[in-house]
Ligand binder design. Structure first.
Ligand code: RB5
Length: 146
């Protein structure tokens, strides 16, 4: 799988951990930064991950900041993005099955690295379950077109 990764300074260390984990499993990574723990602005990274996913440069995206809130808000401003902030694996599974989320957002100051990696694995290994959920996603995309 091709995965776009991005974080601000708050998510930098967890991003590196996730990157190593995903590379080890044979995924291809597009890392949009940040490149250090030096303070940066999370919207820029949320937009970059979102744009890569919408342009189909990546199959899905993973975006991190301290809480996961700011970067998910930013990513969700990119047309076509459904970024889901998840704090456990149940949310990650539902985000894929029901919401067809195309970006996983994580808060590095909220969850530990073990939970984060489990969420990541769940997210990338779960598919959209279609049926009634397709209609609901269409309601969102139709609204986005207006
Ligand atoms: C940066 O200190 C922090 O505000 C950011 O990482 C994130 O939590 C914003 O939502």
């Amino acid at each position: 799988m091709k995965i776009a990764l991005g974080s601000d300074h708050g998510g930098y260390e967890l991003k590196n951990m996730i990157k190593a984990h995903l590379l080890e499993k044979g995924n291809e990574i597009l890392d949009f930064g940040a490149e250090s723990s030096k303070s940066v602005d999370y919207p820029e990274y949320g937009f970059k991950v979102g744009q890569a996913v919408v342009a189909k440069e990546a199959d899905i995206g993973i975006a991190l900041c301290g809480t996961g809130i700011g970067i998910s808000i930013a990513a969700n401003k990119v047309k076509g993005i459904r970024a889901a902030l998840c704090t456990d694996s149940y949310m990650a599974r539902m985000a894929r099955e029901h919401n067809n989320a195309n970006i996983l957002a994580l808060g590095s100051r909220v969850i530990g690295s073990g939970v984060a990696l489990d969420i990541v694995d769940t997210f990338i290994n779960t598919s959209f379950s279609e049926s009634r959920h397709t209609r609901r996603i269409k309601i969102i995309t139709d609204f986005e077109e207006k």
